[in-house]
Design a protein around this ligand. Sequence first.
Ligand SMILES: Nc1ncnc2c1ncn2[C@@H]1O[C@H](COP(=O)(O)OP(=O)(O)O)[C@@H](O)[C@H]1O
Ligand SMILES: [Mg+2]
Length: 266
Amino acid sequence: MRIAVANNKGGAGKTTAIAHLAEALAARGRRVLAVDLDPQANLSRRLGYGEADLAEMVTAAEVVAANQKGCAADALVGCRWAPADLAERIDLVPARYDLEARVAEAGQLGSHERLDVALTGVAEDYDVTLLDCPPSLGHLTQLGLAAADTVVLVLRPEYDHLQGAIRVRDFVAAYRRHLGRPDLAVSGVIVNEHDRRRGLHAWHTDSVADTFGDLVWSPPVPSRAVLAEAIDAAQPLRARGAPARPLVEIFSTLADQLEVRLDAAV
Ligand SMILES: Nc1ncnc2c1ncn2[C@@H]1O[C@H](COP(=O)(O)OP(=O)(O)O)[C@@H](O)[C@H]1O
Ligand SMILES: [Mg+2]
């Protein structure tokens, strides 16, 4: 199953959710493909590929430009995390800043299908493909949506994040037929960086529930220094020892909810 992870808002935790859902899924034996569709290449770095590495690599930018069936295979690389037993079940189609250049092709007829075409025959080798969309509704996100079976939104319990998530939901409903995915819909909402001491977060957590109902996955991911540290160091949570254990549990519970969709899709 291919899942586009999106919000029309930056800093929501989209890339974080992908990295650590991938970790949770790999830990239970699932094979995961992560596709970086953000020219910021944050997901690529978090799975082990820095700016200098990426300069030499085939990335989503070339894959989308090539527009050939299955050509995403040319860009596949393994996750570089230690321990290797997790990493060996996670592959990546990396991104580079010049993925931005693909936006100029948006006017070409059918260009939104190019990632879908590139992943054909490639994504099928994995249990889950997670597509990391940039915080826009533009061409790069449209490439991700047109290649996806379903959409998961990630947001902080704050006004602008909720609005960004609603825009994605409504965009998908309005344009899914044009994207060649007439059944595409939001099937999950992850609440991230929840701080229960903040009244604002408690209040907006209720508005997220009012807006998205039982699409909201639980529990929310709390705001934790150890998660920011794992992100910064490009490590799995399991490499951060005891302080990260509650978060390992939380991402495992979120992965359970993803697996429910997987099982339903079979
Ligand atoms: N639960 C969390 N606890 C602490 N810091 C977090 C958490 N989630 C995200 N962050 C911080 O927020 C930043 C943005 O997250 P990121 O996943 O890159 O967002 P997005 O991909 O939506 O732009 C991260 O670099 C990290 O520092
Ligand atoms: Mg991101």
